[in-house]
Unconditional design. Structure first.
Length: 484
């Protein structure tokens, strides 16, 4: 059999050269197919392991009800669509079961003989916004068969389609059978662009975070931690869930709940995990040696930078503090930490929000803790005191604002100094920047320390009980970046 050399350039990959049978003729570009129409699908098939009654033929019957779908469990399950004879195909439409609640991953391939396959689309994710047909376009290609390979969805390993449609031109052109809109459900999207009907991991990329809770649900004497993989699709109605009105990611903490071994305060808080679920990389190295799950300052020795998962870092968040404690000891009332950089033992920054019960507005300040030293406290908006007057420029409960915590380096007198930058952006766009904080004397620029970001609600009042009082923070955006 003679072969032709075909070149594929897939998004985000290198160019791939594939030898194909000479019978594998391809359309001469998109100009070969004008006036794209829906094409008839003669049959649909899989490997026979479909679930219950949800057989392949239901994916091409033109119906969108839950009882008329193809469903098969497991990564790599395939649905093969037969057009009867070669046609020019340029688009595939897929209507995903529960497509308004979750995203589904898949690839698309084409074949003329059902044996030799060429890629049309590399691994792709559905939008997760609707159960109606979602169309995916590619270069016009001559093919009799189109194959959809399912990779599961964001909530489970199921691959489930209401309908599959193929578009292009050829002898199989038919009148459009409809995209199912009006018959199926659309996602409930809030004013923040977040869905209100899904767990937090479907609104936020949480693949590089784990969650610490103020609870010990399995009674093992340890605080509960939800690791990266388990966190996908996970929520808890008490401490970590999606706000039903805004779609925000809610952190709530019980002040008298379970604490981690190194703290007297409870938290519902994310901990950065650069490893992204790769358990071959340890969470941390106890002697302080950096590893690929944590990051270091650019002022650390070069060997430490080479071992680390990143160098310097920026965390940005958009959030609102909904509730702070109103009772308890005067020095602890109304305090909650909303963002941190944590080192091996100490904390280069803890960013606080504090509102006293008698005040309308709250203040924002941060603490910088040198290695083995006492906190240096810096006011950013208002004052941190326990008996202050209402800060006129303060931030009210439920007011949406953003923060940025950023570590860079700056050369001074021939030496690099690590610099901590903190800024707050108000809901009216006003930016308040703290004076850049020089951490040169803080002891973090060594080969035996490492960093990770934290975000959420870390209560600073342990003198009260749940549910009489609590702290709650809702995030609408959260992002972390690092240099290499």
């Amino acid at each position: 059999m003679s072969l032709k050399l075909r070149t594929f350039c897939l998004a985000g990959t290198a160019t791939i050269f594939v030898a194909l049978p000479s019978t594998y003729a391809l359309a001469a570009g998109t100009g070969a197919c004008t006036g794209v129409s829906q094409l008839a699908i003669v049959s649909a098939s899989d490997d026979g392991t479909f679930d219950d009654i949800y057989a392949p033929e239901f994916a091409i019957d033109g119906e969108f009800g839950p009882s008329s779908r193809w469903s098969s469990l497991g990564e790599g399950k395939q649905l093969v669509l037969d057009l009867g004879e070669p046609q020019t195909v340029s688009e595939v439409g897929l209507a995903w079961y529960k497509g308004n609640e979750r995203t589904s991953s898949f690839t698309l391939e084409a074949s003329n003989d059902g044996e030799n396959w060429m890629p049309l689309m590399d691994r792709t994710e559905s939008a997760g916004k609707s159960e109606a047909v979602e169309k995916y376009s590619f270069d016009a290609t001559e093919a009799r068969y189109v194959r959809v390979t399912g990779m599961g969805n964001s909530a489970s390993g199921w691959n489930s389609l209401y309908e599959a449609q193929v578009f292009g031109c050829g002898s199989g052109e038919i009148a459009a059978t409809g995209d199912g809109s009006g018959e199926v459900k659309e996602a409930d999207v809030s004013a923040y662009g977040l869905r209100t009907d899904v767990p937090p991991s479907e609104n936020f990329d949480l693949t590089h975070w784990k969650l610490t809770l103020p609870a010990d649900r399995d009674n093992d004497g340890k605080v509960d931690e939800i690791e990266e993989e388990e966190l996908q699709g996970w929520s808890d109605p008490r401490f970590f869930y999606t706000d039903p009105a805004t779609g925000g990611m809610v952190f709530r903490t019980a002040p008298d709940g379970k604490t981690t071994s190194g703290s007297h305060y409870t938290r519902s808080e994310l901990r950065e995990m650069i490893r992204g679920g790769d358990k071959s990389i340890a969470t941390r190295v106890d002697d302080g040696t950096p590893n690929k799950n944590n990051w270091v300052f650019s002022t650390a020795p070069e060997e430490a930078q080479a071992l680390a998962g990143g160098v310097d870092g920026t965390m940005t968040a958009t959030l609102a503090v909904n509730h702070v404690t109103r009772t308890g000891e005067s020095g602890k009332i109304g305090r909650v930490i909303i963002g941190q950089i944590h080192a091996m033992d100490d904390e280069p920054i803890r960013l606080y929000y504090r509102k006293l019960p008698t005040n309308k507005y709250g203040s924002i300040y941060f603490a910088h803790e040198p290695v083995g030293g006492d906190d240096d406290l810096v006011n950013v908006i208002g004052d941190r005191g326990s008996d202050i007057d209402n800060p006129a420029d303060g931030i009210a409960l439920d007011e949406v604002f953003s923060y940025e915590i950023k570590v860079t380096s700056e050369e001074k007198d021939g030496e690099l100094h690590p610099i901590l930058n903190v800024s707050i952006t108000r809901d009216d766009g006003t930016v308040v920047k703290a004076e850049p904080y020089d951490m040169f004397e803080s002891g973090y620029s060594t080969d035996k320390d490492f960093m990770y970001f934290k975000a959420g609600a870390y209560s600073q009042n342990n003198s009260i009980t749940w549910p009489d009082d609590f702290d709650q923070v809702t995030f609408y955006a959260l992002d972390v970046t690092h240099g290499e």
